[in-house]
Design a protein. Structure first.
Length: 109
């Protein structure tokens, strides 16, 4: 599965219209339109999950730079989420041997 990033489409364009547009070039698994959290209005960009890489390549070739309602859209492969950076050294807690005090008892050692 290949994830495409699409930006610049008209804000009144819905998921169904994007699905129809991209389905001409390959099998679409999922369409996500990014909307404003408060108003629910489209932000004019989203993601298309294509079933295969060949269909995604055809969609990019056909639709990148195309105009829809006088708006130029950009279609490209979505960037992968970056892996979280792990520290090179992570100090470990010292191991204290012995019994731990029970709940409610004096916690002094």
């Amino acid at each position: 599965m290949t994830k495409l990033f699409v930006v610049g489409f008209p804000r009144d364009m819905d998921k169904t219209e994007l699905l129809e547009l991209f389905s001409l070039h390959g099998l679409v698994d999922l369409v996500t339109v990014i909307t404003d959290k408060e108003t629910g209005v489209s932000q004019g960009y989203g993601f298309i999950h294509m079933n295969d890489e060949a269909g995604a390549d055809r969609a990019i070739a056909a639709l990148n730079g195309a105009e829809i309602d006088d708006r130029k859209i950009t279609v490209r492969i979505a960037d992968a989420k970056p892996e979280p950076v792990k520290p090179l050294y992570q100090p470990q807690r010292p191991v204290v041997k012995g019994k731990r005090p029970r709940r409610g008892q004096d916690k002094r050692y």
